[in-house]
Design a binder for this molecule. Structure first.
Ligand code: UN1
Length: 508
């Protein structure tokens, strides 16, 4: 057996451990390559627009039944899903690693995020609270109730092929909405594996889980467009690039459908003079090179106070030079490959542009090409920039960390906020005046603003999402569930009079 054969056979073991049959993974039109070595690991079947429409029709029927199932009972399905995920954590985590290239620890972390949101959603299924409101009229009461809203279409990206599906699906299901997933065409296998896990949970749950409650739609853009075009898909929750989100928003606005958009980030860290630099260093490295810089929350911009710049930067550059890049399946690897060579080309272009704009590049470039000629392993790059120039305003989905100096906090906050995206941000400082200003109304303009931790790796308990070109949507914890329901305001008159609001007199 050659080395190549060993790699290939291991890959097939990982796929079959997720109980995907060869019928499902061979003979289809969509070739799936693994970023581990660039080889084709499956050919999956794609759905047509007609298939998508048929799924939507099934979802419509499922909704009619599911909305009548009491929410705590709906929660029971999500509880079972969480249990199946616990049992499958290692297998699914490994498949995430194989299909999208993040290291196995992060693959496991992604599945843990699914389990966590399931637990959250189970509790939530008994807490879909409305309001009672004081009426201005005698003998009247007002209340607000949250009702199921209809099918939720979930469009996800290659970099987090399973967790964002679950943030949306777990909430949507307890809220009474059927779900149809449209994963990235680069990562359909993980979605097929998740569908299998859901099917098992539904079988255990019993007959009040209607057919068509949880479905997966595999294909390219046009099947996604079938979801955005259909008035029967009440909500589209889309995670991915800004151009994708703008296209979804344009389609949805034509029919005034609801959207939850979680798009690009261009996340910064301000490192203040009082920062604990040992902690900052660890946070910088994890958030800038984790998932090979392919998280929407990845750290992309470092805004360092001029007094500590010359202390921090050489240490950081040294740590970068020693980072272990390699197969994401190997336990000692910290930086896996980029998703494909197209991404590597984007990274190289951005680094060239940064040089033109005066940047001094440390690291970067393809590595391990001899071992993996068809993959896209790169050395993470740090670029010292003379100022926050044009390239720093764009999101390149790769491990590039730009660094600039600042001299006063207001300037640093202005730099942090000057980009079009508004997802995540953070400050390292032990000065409470600085940290509180950063979190105040004149501080970070992002959906996520952290103190003394990096911008990535959010827990599921908080609402997740951001402002400006990030799209404004919120998923996951807090009260994000409200986006999956429709709000009904009801006024009930239990008196024998008919007083009008605002004291209007209207005698007939
Ligand atoms: C994404 O990259 O699309 O906060 C999601 C984080 C993860 C989610 C990232 N919990 O980095």
């Amino acid at each position: 057996m050659t080395v190549q054969d060993t790699i290939t056979s291991n890959h097939q073991d990982i796929i079959s451990a997720c109980q995907l049959s060869t019928d499902e993974t061979t003979g289809g039109a969509l070739a799936v390559t693994t970023p581990v070595d660039g080889s084709v690991i499956a050919n999956v079947h794609v759905h047509s627009v007609e298939d998508a429409d048929a799924m939507i029709a099934k979802g419509v029927e499922a909704f009619k039944a599911w909305r009548k199932v009491p929410a705590p009972r709906r929660g029971e399905l999500v509880r079972l899903l969480g249990e199946e995920l616990r049992a499958e954590k290692e297998n699914l985590g490994r498949l995430v690693t194989l299909e999208c290239g993040k290291i196995y620890q992060e693959g496991l972390g992604e599945v843990q995020e699914m389990i966590d949101i399931c637990d959250f959603a189970v509790g939530l299924s008994r807490q879909l609270y409305g309001l009672t409101i004081a009426s201005e009229r005698p003998g009247h009461t007002m209340r607000e109730t949250w009702h199921p809203n209809g099918i939720c279409g979930i469009i996800t990206a290659f970099n987090f092929p399973v967790a964002p599906w679950c943030w949306n699906a777990a909430l949507a299901l307890v809220c009474g909405d059927p779900v149809i997933a449209k994963p990235s065409e680069k990562t359909p296998l993980t979605q097929l594996a998740v569908q299998k896990i859901c099917d098992r949970a539904m079988a255990k749950f019993g007959s009040d889980a209607p057919e068509g409650l949880i479905q997966s739609l595999i294909g390219e853009r046009e099947v996604g467009q079938a979801l955005t075009a259909s008035k029967d898909v009440a909500i589209i929750s889309a995670t991915g690039s800004v151009p994708m989100g703008k296209a979804v928003a344009a389609d949805m606005s034509k029919r005034l459908g609801k959207t939850i958009l979680e798009l690009g980030g261009n996340n910064a860290m301000i490192v203040a003079p009082s920062a604990d630099l040992d902690m900052a260093l660890r946070a910088i490295v994890f958030s800038a090179v984790g998932t090979a810089g392919q998280r929407c929350t990845s750290l992309r911009r470092l805004i360092v106070h001029e007094d500590i710049y010359d202390t921090l930067m050489p240490r950081l550059i040294k740590v970068y030079a020693g980072l272990k890049v390699g197969s994401p399946l190997a336990p000692t690897t910290l930086v896996g490959p980029l998703i494909d060579q197209g991404s590597m080309n984007q990274m190289n272009k951005a680094l060239e542009q940064a040089k033109v704009e005066g940047g001094k590049v440390h690291g970067g470039g393809q590595t391990l090409a001899a071992d993996y000629p068809d993959a896209a392993y790169v050395s993470p790059a740090i670029v010292e920039m003379p100022e926050q120039s044009a390239i720093m305003h764009t999101e390149t989905f790769a491990p590039i960390l730009y660094a600039v100096k600042y001299s006063d906090l207001d300037e640093a906050i202005a730099l942090q906020n000057a980009v079009p995206q508004g997802l995540s941000s953070c400050i390292f400082s032990t000065d409470v005046r600085e940290t509180e200003e950063f979190l105040s109304a004149v501080g970070s303009d992002c959906g996520i603003a952290n103190v003394n931790i990096g911008p990535s790796g959010a827990e599921i308990g908080g609402a997740f999402g951001g402002e400006k070109e990030t799209g404004g949507g919120r998923e996951s914890g807090s009260d994000a569930w409200k986006s999956y329901m429709r709000r009904q305001t009801s006024t009930v008159n239990y008196s024998r009079e008919l007083p009008l609001a605002q004291g209007i007199v209207f005698d007939i």
